[in-house]
Design a protein around this ligand. Sequence first.
Ligand SMILES: Cc1cc2nc3c(=O)[nH]c(=O)nc-3n(C[C@H](O)[C@H](O)[C@H](O)COP(=O)(O)OP(=O)(O)OC[C@H]3O[C@@H](n4cnc5c(N)ncnc54)[C@H](O)[C@@H]3O)c2cc1C
Length: 386
Amino acid sequence: MPSLWTPEQTAFRDEVRHFLRENLSAGTRQKVRNGLALSRQDHEDWHDALAAKGWYAGFWPKEYGGQGWDAAQTFIFNDEYAYHGAPWVLPYGVNYVGPVIFTYGNAAQKARFLPDIVANKVRFCQGYSEPNAGSDLASLRTRAVKDGDHYIVNGSKLWTSHAHFADWIFCLVRTDTDARPQAGISFLLIDMKTPGIEVQPITTIEGHHHVNAVFFSDVKVPVENLVGEENMGWTYAKFLLGHERMISAETGKTRRHLERAEVLAAERGWRDDPGHRTQMARFNIDLKALEWLTLRLVQTVDQGAPGAEASMLKIRGTELQQRIGEYAFDVLGIEGGAFDIAEPENDETPLSGIARDMLLQKATTIWGGSNEIQRGIVAKHELGLR
Ligand SMILES: Cc1cc2nc3c(=O)[nH]c(=O)nc-3n(C[C@H](O)[C@H](O)[C@H](O)COP(=O)(O)OP(=O)(O)OC[C@H]3O[C@@H](n4cnc5c(N)ncnc54)[C@H](O)[C@@H]3O)c2cc1C
């Protein structure tokens, strides 16, 4: 069968593998493989290694400090690092707000933020969701009122991942209460050190602290931190969400989890069980189809903003992750319950990773816009509705 990849792409994949062997610490890799919590330092070390190589924002245009990777290179890089157990590249700066700033930001914002994002000198988090404004994001109520050369921000954000690691939060805020909901939203960059911001941790089902509630009380934000035009934030928000969903298929991680399930099943003596073999064949076929779909769709959106394609990837990728995770958990049987949810940092058995990953994966069909909402987007696209 002819190879899907050109010699240059194969050489690039080898280069990524070599880099991972040389730069990813055994301790961090083990934590990722066992589903343990990563510290801020673990993330920093990995991001710093990528930044030093110039690969932290490899897909960005060269003029902004990226490598100008095309869709195939970006796919290869994401696939390889996740497969080999490198930490998730926290996407809020590189994948989310960075492209918004270089597409819609002004020259001062580009100069101020883009070099620091590429060099891993600044960390962002994403302030979109609120209580009662998740799927129905346009009903958000966090208010920003202009007062001279500042906005005064009041309200709260919910499920804000890694806000406790962040220097800045990019926020959707309501700047016009009279316009229809989508038309009164603006996109603000807010320094997390500004007085009036409080971050409260939330522990998720697998026992880790990733997400938070963030409260704003009379937070003063300079008007120069408004991205694009006032009341046009919905356009930038949707552009960003497309980028978020394009990286949600996570084929490399899913392949690693599938191999882990296979090893576990072999240890349990299931290798030749016809039911198990059928299940594994189905997973492998679905994963291969997802890899090809990802590559094809990533190429179609190479030049523009992702739309319904991104929703398709999110649905297929997250549901496959969940099916494989739940199957591995079934293979574990009674041992699945034998992990310490109270003290996840001290629980280093590989089997704990299976249970914890399975639990965390419950969130994948919710975050970035639930899969029900994604199905609505795909249906509207196919039916030609607006
Ligand atoms: C672990 C985790 C991390 C997250 N990180 C972030 C983050 O960093 N920043 C951020 O801003 N947000 C974040 N989120 C929030 C996430 O985007 C929202 O949870 C998601 O958009 C769903 O909103 P909701 O939780 O308010 O649920 P709701 O909107 O209340 O939905 C509840 C249920 O109703 C269904 N539903 C709602 N409307 C419709 C409809 N029109 N058609 C069909 N079904 C519908 C949904 O699919 C869902 O099953 C995170 C969430 C999780 C779980």
